[in-house]
Design a protein around this ligand. Structure first.
Ligand code: ADP
Length: 453
């Protein structure tokens, strides 16, 4: 087992990884930008190294600085967290070339799934169902027209290198196709330096269901059930649940079997998440994330497994030591992503946190790196806390989340806590009948009411 791990990230996820390391008796090295010198992930680490100025490009994305920090401190492994370099195959390769373990999949698998077109063709060949769409890249408007006419409108143009909901445009009909096609390509080029796009049928009422998997280096692959991440704004998740209110144990087992068989065939290792759209009782694969996800805690709460600990054990060459039938699920978990944003306009709200009192009590977990007196910097993602609750069933988890949100006190900055409170009171949420399009309308409807009043 490793004795020292460098965590190439910041915020709550850097702390999350530190916690697993500490419980395993592994020393931690934090890296930070000059803007984060006082951050909690730096204070709580055994050692820390400043890797550059505030801009992420020069610090948390600075591959040589991070690898130098690992070499100087004698860290044997690097955990990338999520975001930043976590899905960068070149970085994983560089890390390994320096004799350091990358806590994640092989560079080959990161690359394979990082290109969504390759990911889809690979999954199709492995018997995983896909959303109807183009078999590969769509290079011309004429080709786009042909495919759209075949799969029927509305269609979605998506970037092969996409992520974070960028490079994605809907065309409702043929008249809108040209604009959507050109815009998606331009956005993809600007955001990812790659203008390759493909086309999918735009589903009108799907849920976003994803499956958490773990694979060791000895050919064992297991899944930890599904998460329902249908509550999204601009294709970004806001609230997640495990399990999904609409997935039966039989459907979960069937999907789990297809997915674990597929990953075994390609020799995948470490943690991963396969994302699906679920509509009319059909699962359709959309992409795979080759890293730990923001919403992993809801899975941990219902399966009682520390996924980061498992990632570290796998990277150190250990066997999983359990099989699918040993994994059971207990109760229901919900996560609310709390960001430093105006809850109505979503304008960023960085600044000084004057008061911070997270909720507690039975079944409540707060993953956060902020504290009273901390200044939320304007340079990074606006996520400041993840509030996770567990209950014996969904109604109990909902009641607990409402109670926890009411207890949560953060002053000095605006947060999305009021929005979460409203969602948790809404009949569509309580009934569990929402689709991926619901939240957008919920937010717009509230705005509309306000304007009309
Ligand atoms: P990204 O990697 O940018 O997050 P994804 O492929 O994971 O992109 O899609 C993000 C979200 O966009 C999905 O969770 C879903 O809400 C929506 N989406 C993606 N594909 C489709 C589709 N074919 N039809 C309807 N919505 C979709």
């Amino acid at each position: 087992m490793f004795t020292k791990i460098l965590i190439a990230n910041r915020g709550e996820i850097a702390l999350r990884v530190q916690r697993a390391c500490r419980e395993m008796g592994i020393a931690t090295v934090a890296v930070h930008s000059t803007a984060d010198a006082d951050a909690m992930h730096v204070r709580l680490a055994d050692e820390s190294v400043c890797i550059g100025p505030p801009s992420a490009r020069e610090s948390y994305l600075n591959r040589s600085a991070i690898i130098s920090a690992a070499l100087i401190t004698g860290a044997q492994a690097i955990h990338p967290g999520y975001g930043f370099l976590s899905e960068n195959a070149d970085f994983a390769e560089m890390v390994e070339a320096h004799g350091i373990a990358f806590i994640g999949p092989s560079p080959t698998h990161i690359r394979m799934m990082g290109d969504k077109i390759t990911a889809k063709t690979t999954m199709l060949a492995l018997g995983v169902p896909l959303v109807p769409g183009s078999p590969g890249e769509v290079e011309t408007l004429e080709a786009a027209r042909e495919i759209a006419a075949h799969i029927k409108y509305p269609v979605l143009i998506k970037a092969a290198a996409g992520g974070g909901g960028r490079g994605m445009k809907v065309a409702q009909d043929e008249a809108g196709l040209e604009d959507a096609f050109r815009l998606a390509r331009a956005e993809a080029q600007a955001a990812f330096g790659n203008n390759a796009v493909y086309i999918e049928k735009y589903l009108d009422k799907p849920r976003h269901i994803e499956l958490q998997v773990l694979a060791d280096n000895h050919g064992h692959v297991v899944h930890f059930g599904e998460r329902d991440c249908s509550l999204q704004r601009r294709h970004q998740k806001l609230l997640e649940e495990a399990g999904s209110p609409v997935i039966t144990a039989a459907a979960r087992d069937a999907l789990g079997k297809i997915v674990t068989d597929a990953l075994q065939k390609i020799g995948y290792r470490n943690a991963g998440t396969l994302e699906f759209l679920y509509q009319d009782e059909q699962f359709s694969f959309i992409e795979m994330n080759t890293r730990l996800q923001v919403e992993h805690p809801v899975t941990e709460m219902v399966s009682d497994v520390d996924l980061v600990r498992e990632q570290i054990r796998i990277s150190a060459g250990e066997e999983l030591g359990y099989s699918q039938s040993d994994i059971t699920f207990r109760g229901h978990a919900i996560e609310c992503r709390i960001t430093a944003e105006d809850p109505e306009t979503f304008a960023p709200s960085p600044g000084l946190v004057s008061l911070f009192h997270p909720p507690g009590g039975l079944g409540v977990r707060t993953d956060s790196a902020i504290y009273a007196g901390y200044r939320v910097p304007p340079h990074y993602d606006s996520l400041i806390a993840k509030l996770i609750v567990h209950g014996r069933n969904r109604p109990e988890a909902i009641a607990r989340m409402r109670r926890a949100l009411d207890e949560f006190a953060i002053s000095g900055i605006k947060t999305t806590i009021p929005l979460h409170r409203r969602i948790l009171e809404d009949p569509a949420f309580i009934a569990g009948t929402y689709t991926i399009h619901w939240l957008e309308r919920f937010v717009a409807g509230e705005d509309g009411l306000k304007d009309g009043a």
